[in-house]
Every structure is written in structure tokens, then in C-alpha cells.
Design a protein around this ligand. Structure first.
Ligand SMILES: [Zn+2]
Length: 400
């Protein structure tokens, strides 16, 4: 008999409806009741009770499969992808995005809106609200329930005296409160690098349970996915490569109070400043890529230097963390092949040419998809499902 998977059993060794759904979700081709008994190590009657609850609440569908070789037909249980819709949004520094996905994570609708760096947070939230309403409408909410909303909020943007810095915690709190007052669904807020990392780890081309992600923009944010989950560490802040020191640049002061941090040495804000000092004034990250593509030597040199500086930090992180893939996102990385090549060269030289270093497969939409997928996971977590079913429906798992 197949050994029961401990992930499907809760701390009190009970097989609840939520845990039953977790087993069903993992079987992409559906699962029969007998297979469920095997996988979860519970009795047929327990499985029948949980399945009945899940069907009643619309979480799963039942179809009869007739074996082509003859024999008895069997009911196949599958996640009901049409049960509800999950919304996600990302509040990037220059683009606001929203998406609606079904319960299987398939994108039903998405929208985006360009904003200025100086656009105030209150205006951004209003725009995101309107984008969310549009995607919800396009997704066709007639019979679908709005299950949850995920928001990817930024760490920081270019320090600008007129706009001021965005304190992350403040933006998260403001975003949460704004949407909680307008939608009757759980709201979860995630750091945008973490959300993007989560989406990239789930990308069909990638499917990497261990993935290191860098969002290279005006600043450099980072996130780590381990075993398919966002790694947060003891301090709950996750990893932070932005303030790892680049030894050769010990004279560059960072806003954190240290010197030589890679974020201060190789982030887009510094590259723009250096370009201006070299007589090529640049006001936005995207202009760096435009000038580089036009063959501007100064800009290409600066991007190459930045790629090598970031590459040194990434190489050390790869040695420590041994991820399956390194993914680079953020406007600067996505628009600058020179910078990405610089990072890849250093990692391949210093660690191994086997290490995969690539641009974000979801491109600039990684954050919004990640926010949607994280909200989906939270709404289908066993505890959340059991809560919706309204009772403690757990049964004690049979011994052995
Ligand atoms: Zn620093």
C-alpha cells in the first residue's frame, strides 16, 4: 500500500475536508475514492464523508470514468476550477497590474496601467481598484465566488525628494486597508520580489522548487523559494542580497549606513547617477536600456560593470543556497541583456556553467501572477477550506 503523505494529515492526525482537497489537487488527472484512501491512509467511509462535503460546497467535481479495457466504471474526483475567482495586483513603481485567475491558476483576465514614479500611493490604489473591478468583470463572476485578493507591494522606488521614499510597511498596510474596505474577501499582501519569485518557481517551463530571484530595478530586491515555499527565515524578512557588500566598492555609501552594498553599487538609481556624471543624463531605468540598445558605450559599460558586481554576489548566494535556477526580473534586468549576461558570466565562471541564470519567464507580470497564485494557495489551504465548510470536519486517521 502507498504510504500516506504526511502533508495531507494535520497536526492532530486528522483527515479533514481541507486535507482531502489537498490530495485531490495534486492529482492532475483526477483521483478515485479508492486511490484517495490509499494516498491519505484513511477508511473508505471517511473519504466518502469528506468528498460529500467538498462536492456540496462546490470545491470538487465528480465524473464517471469507464475503463477502455472494460471493467467497472469509477468516479473520478477533480478540483472544480470554476468554483471561484482569485484576484491579484501588483503596485510597481511605473506599472500597476491586475489579474483574475480560476481555482486551477489559469489566467482569466488581466489589465495594466502605466504611472509616473511621482504618482501618489492614494492615486495608485484607486487605479488598481478599477483594474481589479475590470478583470473581475471580464472573468465573469456570475456563478463564481471571489475567493481572495493578493497584492504585491514594492520595497522601495528611486529616492525622489518630491515623491519621497515608499516605506514598505506603510504601503503594505495602506494597500491592505484600502482593499479590505472595498472587497468582501480575504486580502493578503506580499513583498513584490517574493510574489514574483513564487510565480517564477511555478512557471511551466521552470518548475523549480528551489529558486533564487533578483528584482533589479532602481534598487535590487531579492527572494528565495525553497521547497516550493517562500523562504522567510527567523526574522520573517526573507533574504536580502541588496545589502551584501561588494569588496571592490568599499567607498560607495548605502542608505542603510554601510558602504559597498551591491544595491548602492549596481542598482539602477546608481547607474543613472553615474550616467549623468559621465555626461549622459538619464531620468528613468528604461532610458538606460534604450541608450544601451542604441550602442551607447558609456551606458553599456556601466550596465556591464553592474552585471559583474551583481554576479559576484549571486555567485556567493548560489554557493550557499544551491538553487535549481537563478531568475532575474525587474525593469532594468528585463530590458538589459548586457546586465543579465554580466551576471551569468560571473556565476558560470565562479561557480559552474551548469547553473541556470535567466530572465523572468513571466517578464514584468511575475509580480501580479505571484500575488494571484499566493492568494489562491491561501484560499485553498486546508485550514481555510475547513473554515469555509463551517465546522471541524476532521476524522482521526486510522493507525498504520
Ligand atoms: Zn546597504
Amino acid at each position: 500500500m502507498t504510504r500516506p503523505d504526511p502533508r495531507f494529515i494535520d497536526a492532530a492526525s486528522r483527515f479533514s475536508a481541507g486535507h482531502c482537497l489537498a490530495v485531490i489537487r495534486r492529482q492532475k488527472d483526477g483521483v478515485t475514492r479508492s486511490e484517495l484512501c490509499e494516498l491519505a491512509g484513511v477508511s473508505r467511509s471517511d473519504v466518502s464523508d469528506r468528498v460529500r462535503d467538498l462536492v456540496e460546497h462546490g470545491y470538487i467535481t465528480v465524473h464517471t470514468r469507464r475503463p477502455s479495457t472494460g471493467g467497472r466504471p469509477a468516479d473520478v474526483l477533480r478540483l472544480n476550477s470554476d468554483r471561484g475567482v482569485v484576484l491579484g495586483a501588483s503596485l510597481g513603481s511605473t506599472h500597476l497590474r491586475a489579474a483574475a485567475i480560476d481555482m486551477a491558476g489559469v489566467v482569466l483576465a488581466e489589465e495594466s496601467h502605466e504611472v509616473k514614479l511621482t504618482t501618489p500611493v492614494a492615486t495608485r490604489l484607486k487605479i488598481v481598484h478599477s483594474l481589479l473591478r475590470n478583470t473581475l468583470e471580464q472573468a465573469g463572476t456570475g456563478t463564481r465566488e471571489l475567493m481572495a485578493i493578493g497584492l504585491a507591494a514594492p520595497g522601495s522606488v528611486v529616492p525622489d525628494p518630491s515623491a519621497g521614499r515608499w516605506p514598505l510597511v506603510e504601503v503594505c498596510r495602506q494597500s491592505h486597508d484600502y482593499f479590505a474596505a472595498r472587497y468582501d474577501a480575504p486580502i493578503m499582501v506580499e513583498h513584490d520580489a517574493c510574489a514574483a519569485a513564487f510565480a517564477e518557481s511555478r512557471h511551466p517551463r521552470r518548475k523549480a522548487a528551489d529558486l533564487l530571484f533578483l528584482e533589479i530595478d532602481a534598487s535590487i530586491q531579492s527572494a528565495l523559494v525553497r521547497g516550493g515555499r517562500i523562504h522567510r527565515g527567523t526574522n520573517r524578512l526573507g533574504i536580502n542580497l541588496e545589502h551584501v557588500m561588494v569588496p571592490a566598492e568599499a567607498d560607495v555609501a548605502c542608505a542603510c549606513g554601510n558602504v559597498g552594498c551591491v544595491g548602492a553599487v549596481a542598482g539602477g538609481a546608481t547607474i543613472m547617477e553615474r550616467a549623468s556624471r559621465a555626461g549622459r543624463p538619464v531620468h528613468a531605468v528604461r532610458d538606460l536600456a534604450r541608450l544601451a540598445a542604441a550602442g551607447n558605450r558609456t551606458i553599456n559599460g556601466l550596465l556591464d560593470d553592474a552585471g559583474h558586481a551583481i554576479g559576484g554576489v549571486v555567485a556567493n548566494a548560489v554557493r550557499l543556497l544551491s538553487p535549481q535556477a537563478v531568475v532575474l526580473g525587474g525593469e532594468l534586468a528585463l530590458s538589459s541583456p548586457t546586465l543579465v549576461a554580466g551576471v551569468r558570466d560571473v556565476v558560470h565562471d565562479q561557480v559552474s556553467p551548469q547553473v541556470r541564470v535567466a530572465g523572468a519567464a513571466f517578464g514584468p507580470r511575475a509580480g501580479v501572477f505571484g500575488a494571484s497564485l499566493l492568494a489562491l494557495e491561501s484560499s485553498l489551504a486546508p485550514a481555510a477550506v475547513n473554515l469555509r465548510l463551517g465546522a471541524d470536519t476532521g476524522v482521526t486517521r486510522r493507525a498504520g
